[in-house]
Design a protein around this ligand. Sequence first.
Ligand code: GAL
Length: 697
Amino acid sequence: MGTISASKYFYLFMILFLGFQLSHCSVTYDRKALIINGQRKILFSGSIHYPRSTPDMWEGLIQKAKDGGLDAIDTYVFWDLHEPSPGNYNFEGRYDLVRFIKLVQKAGLYLHLRIGPYVCAEWNFGGFPVWLKYVPGISFRTDNEPFKIENEYGSESKSAAGHAYMTWAAKMALDLGTGVPWVMCKQDNAPDPVINTCNGFYCDYFSPNKPYKPTIWTEAWTGWFEDFGGPIHHRPVEDLAFAVARFIQKGGSFVNYYMYHGGTNFGRTAGGPFVTTSYDYDAPIDEYGLLRQPKYDHLKELHKAMKLCENALISADPTVTSLGNYEQAHVFSSKSGQCAAFLSNYHWDATARVKFNNIYYDLPPWSISILPDCKNVVFNTAKVGSKTSGAHMLPTNVRTLSWETFNEDVSTNEVDAKITVVGLMEQLNVTRDASDYLWYMTSVVINPGESFLHGGRSPILTVNSAGHVLHVFINGQLSGSAFGTRANTKFTYTSNVNLHAGMNTIALLSVAVGLPNDGHRFETQNTGVVGPVILRGLDHGTKDLSWQKWSYKVGLKGEAMNLASPSRTTSVDWLRGSLQSNKQQPLTWYKAYFNAPRGNKPLALDLGSMGKGQVWINGQSIGRYWTAYAKGQCNTCSYAGTYRQGKCQYGCGKSTQKWYHVPRSWLKPTQNLLIVFEEIGGDASKISLVQRSITYV
Ligand code: GAL
């Protein structure tokens, strides 16, 4: 089948292409549904992004999706992974899209391929390779030749250029002649025959832009992502099931769960900024690949109930009758005599007793009952089975590790610096995202006669940063740190600094925590120390340091030395037995070896004792951690009230993420190399490996 879908709020643009099961199947659509081999279908699909798990997990995840009653798997294509530098392609390992698709096919499921190139997805730079920003004359996702030559799609559909671009993208996609329909999500003006579709917590208000197009929900949000410093989100399955049933009873025929398995933002793939390494999403399959109950089973039961109604749903339009102030019946009666009914109660906290076809039915608040024969209720969206899952992180024998340390030596940085210029440079322009880290270094001379303890206090340094994190080192000593938030990445660091007579070095370590993945022209957002940088409280008044000479160094010494790699060639003087004195030492690398715990339970590192940094196992990056970032505000919710907003939150006052997924397939039986880089200071002696165990009761 052939469909197009694209774009969203903030002028986001994406193209979706709806895929195949057998190479010979034909896919078309009409106003009711997608039509596969001549047959209209009610389809359930789930997003599983291949690089957010490991290839050894894929088959199991896909099978669980199938067992959960899904017909299709949906994934984006992540351009940044596949073309890390222009013309160099990578489709290996976690990036093996073809292998993933073949596994979907082998399981007998359809594939919904969202080719992007823009993916949003809380992914670094929305999936664009960072080098794309440096193609001369380029502007992302709008009508300009360099972007199109790079074979891109985009939309600023409210502007003339956006409209022209969207139309061009649609035509280009159709001209590919894939033989399957295309969809554009949140693109109200998607040109024929492209189908515009809906993304959201609820989509029952949605209709396609032409009466002859089917009603498709490309992202039914099963939960939400987390950002460091934010709470944990939870979407109760009662609300999700209610939303899906409400969509189908209105005539919807395709629902994709975003996410069905969220997985992990390994390495530096998390976007945001501030998006956590976990992308669990409160999805029916959890980050570790285990079933989340009752979410998984409840949706499975919903899908079964819907399939029992499928013939009626695809062949008739609903007749809607009011059964009370908040109650309705949607009845689908086909000419061949099938009848399916949906009885709904939209009241958020009152149960309703309704009479339908002379029978009384009790409907819990905020719920829909499904009657595949217009008589017997087989499912109610609010009646969740008793099976619940409790996830526990249990200890393994990997607890007391024998650590060695290596300190980043800040003092020689200036010597190694490759760039020295007058003024402050934007971070990405210097790093091109080769590292999270950029050093900004300058010096200040305090004359012997000059009092730098003006009024009895030390001078005050003020640094303005566009984001995301800053560690300030004065004469090689950490003087303080500051950081922004996801909502506001900009911040100002202000603190007294200890200067002495003579030359003082000021070294600012600016740290990116994932590049933005959405927002208007997000590729133009600044990161790093944009200034001004000001020193106040000296005898000579205020000194603006912004316009003096600054030296720049991309990345850490440990990165240049490849400390995380097992095949590192340079020799390194790791210090043994130095842990005690290193406890609160910033900029420290830690190294230990461990043997893999027996069994096949999913594993995680407990980094609860650490501050902020990155972690690697056998050279593979587990991702960024930022255990020290906890936030105190949560929306709490009780079912029928705030659940409806789609966001319930918990975990306030605690670290947003304490456990970091360690894929089993990255481990050898013995001698696994664990490397941790800590920015602020932490207690590595308390790091342990835990295993995830779920009990279903
Ligand atoms: C959607 C977007 C997804 C993801 C989601 C939030 O609008 O299409 O890629 O970013 O928001 O998780």
